[in-house]
Design a protein around this ligand. Structure first.
Ligand code: HEM
Length: 508
């Protein structure tokens, strides 16, 4: 340890040719570089480092030189002005193993395959039309969410976090696989499937010693990381094989591909990808089975926890801001009236709901450092030279709370997004580079339009049907405010689940 701690890598100041590199914090260690400075909540540690070293820093995270951008101006340059130069993803060994050699969209390196696969995703899977086609699914799952809360005995605590996770996973699972019973073997309720997806999400970002020092790869075997990765991969792969085989045999029964303009309401993601595999001419892309499995896996990894995290933080903020909670419930209850049935048709009449979601995502972007980028060529950022193949992290969390960009930056104030001639639409990716929860540019999130009705409908339902209060836990008295501590993972969520008491609301 002493040997490790003696002298870190030299602070790089100049690249070959004398070009100026971004400043580096001192304290780097051999092997680890600056990894040990990140702590348990890297977005917070990186904001503190940026306060001393500026909005563009160069860190060494293990072997990877990594640039961190922490201001809206730096994000603007990286994600808009020089978007193509910042558009790749670094190779991540765990994603390689779990997502079929990164042949998905999120982890695929920039290039022809990514371009075509993303096009299929944007035009076919996550288009406005396809998203609308899942309206019935969202409605049924929102009703199941309400029923689950209602089932708790009066006055007893409900684990709302659990209910929201189930809702988010169910919406994506049914969009991906259709309405068949596709739990893992013997798993009708989908509980095992939920666990395997959770393992997958945890493993993709699991720290692998092999990544830092390939010659120490045996440590991953000893800690059981490799065995767990293999088990999880086999479970997901087996399930996807079964789902695809079922869809194929159903398709043998008759043509599934409908002409443009015809109702195609019941085609799920697997059907759509099989269409592309069989007959797509305009994209010029042929997807093999591993590509299809990788893209479906990506939808689970990218689409479930992100949406659930927004719901959880929105409820948490509202519980700590009762006035805003009452205002939002007033809006929802007035828009829906006494019918008792909150549908997507009502959402357009709820501008304050959208403002609350925008404000929640400003303060709590589910992926606070987005997904890592990698430069495709030598480039620049705010005057600093950034060599090709440098890893890039954009600190969306710090940018969303930057007092240079936002008044009362640390406060939850949905009003900032309400009113005005053209209030910001949070689902329009890249509209305002101070707000980066969905990233921006050519690698920005293609799922924002899919996520929006799902998040809005769930939140509108739980706030229409119930009044909420914190529950007393473990024999202790009800806390005066909710603890907003964070836990780091694929997304940053509340450390403790939301244990709440729900009081059914009725107009009478
Ligand atoms: C509130 C919900 C969501 C949030 C906050 C979110 C956030 C993000 C972020 C930060 C990125 C990286 C952007 C960048 O590098 O600039 C991303 C990428 C991506 N997201 Fe989302 N996402 C959400 C929902 C979804 C959903 C529902 C889906 C699909 C069902 C999805 C699919 C993807 C995909 C495929 C990518 C990779 C894009 C690429 O690399 O080209 N996301 N998302």
């Amino acid at each position: 340890l002493l040997l490790l701690a003696t002298k870190g890598p030299p602070r790089p100041q100049r690249a070959d040719g004398g070009r100026r590199l971004p400043p580096s914090p001192p304290g780097g260690l051999p092997l680890l570089g600056h990894l040990h400075l990140l702590g348990r909540l890297p977005h917070r540690a990186l904001r503190s480092l940026a306060a001393s070293h500026g909005p563009v820093m160069l860190l060494h995270l293990g072997r990877a030189p990594t640039v961190v951008a922490s201001s809206a101006a730096a994000a603007e340059e990286a994600l808009r002005a020089r978007d193509a130069a910042f558009a790749s993803r670094p190779r991540m060994p765990m994603a390689d193993r779990l997502v079929y050699g990164s042949r998905d969209i999120s982890f695929a390196p920039y290039g022809e395959y990514w371009r075509q696969a993303r096009r299929v995703c944007v035009l076919r899977l996550l288009s406005a039309r396809r998203t609308r086609s899942f309206c019935r699914v969202r409605g049924q799952e929102a009703a199941a969410l309400v029923a689950r809360v209602r089932a708790a005995p009066a006055g007893c605590a409900v684990n709302l976090s659990d209910a929201l996770i189930s809702y988010s996973k169910a919406v994506v699972t049914r969009a991906a696989f259709g309405d068949g019973d596709y739990g893992l073997d013997g798993d009708r309720g989908g509980e095992k499937l939920r666990r395997v997806i959770a393992d997958l999400q945890e493993l993709i970002i699991a720290p692998s010693v092999r990544e830092i020092a390939p010659w120490l790869g045996w440590v991953d075997t000893l800690t059981g990381l490799e065995a767990k990765t293999e088990r999880t991969f086999q479970a997901i792969d087996g399930l996807l094989e079964r789902v695809i085989a079922d869809h194929r045999s159903r398709r043998l029964g008759g043509p599934q591909v409908l002409a443009d303009g015809e109702a195609d309401d019941h085609r799920d993601f697997v059907d759509v990808l099989l269409d592309v595999n069989e007959m797509d001419e305009d994209t010029g892309l042929r997807l093999d089975m591993d590509n299809i499995k990788a893209i479906i896996t990506d939808m689970f990894v990218a689409g479930t926890d992100t949406s659930y995290t927004v719901l959880e933080w929105a409820m948490a903020e509202l519980l700590n801001h009762p006035q805003e909670m009452r205002k939002l419930q007033g809006e929802i209850r007035a828009a829906v009236g006494a019918t008792g049935d909150v549908t997507e048709n009502h959402l357009d009449g709820m501008p304050y709901l959208k403002a609350v979601i925008s404000e929640t995502m400003r303060l709590h972007p589910p992926a606070p450092l987005l997904l890592p980028r990698e430069t495709t060529e030598d480039t620049e950022l705010l005057g600093y030279h950034i060599p090709a193949r440098t890893r890039v992290l954009i600190n969306a969390w710090a940018i969303g709370r930057d007092p240079a960009s936002w008044e009362r930056a640390e406060e939850f104030a949905p009003e900032r997004f309400a009113g005005g001639d053209a209030p910001m639409d949070y689902a329009k990716v890249g509209q305002d580079l101070r707000f980066l929860a969905f990233g921006a540019g050519r690698r920005g999130c293609p799922g924002a339009g899919f996520a929006a009705p799902s998040v809005e409908l769930a939140l509108a339902n739980v706030l229409y049907h119930f009044d909420w209060a914190l529950a007393a836990t473990h024999g202790r008295r009800r806390p005066p405010v909710l603890d907003m501590s964070e836990a780091y993972g694929l997304t940053v969520r509340l450390k403790e689940p939301l244990l709440l008491v729900a009081k059914p609301w009725s107009r009478q």
